[in-house]
Design a protein around this ligand. Structure first.
Ligand code: SF4
Ligand code: SF4
Length: 72
């Protein structure tokens, strides 16, 4: 996996906007029976575009792409 995907589940409202925005279908919603929240299904498909991070109004996703990882 080239991109590091951090999900802050406690901030996620389960709105699903990021799952629809992701062009690689990396993110999906799951439910524990009480609440819905986002999870990662196929992380290897992520290209680090950050569209999910930018569209989430609750700062529940942080993407560290390959370029940024090289700068660390
Ligand atoms: S991570 Fe953000 S955009 Fe995605 S489902 Fe959660 S609150 Fe919505
Ligand atoms: S960075 Fe881009 S490809 Fe990766 S999960 Fe977010 S929207 Fe999908």
């Amino acid at each position: 996996m080239k991109t590091k995907i951090d999900l802050f589940t406690y901030s996620c409202t389960g709105c699903g906007i990021c799952t629809r925005r992701c062009p690689k279908h990396v993110l999906h919603l799951v439910s524990n029976g009480k609440i819905r929240f986002v999870t990662v299904w196929n992380a290897d498909a992520c290209d680090g575009c950050k569209k999910c991070e930018k569209i989430c109004r609750h700062n529940a996703i942080r993407i560290v792409n390959e370029y940024e990882r090289q700068q660390l």
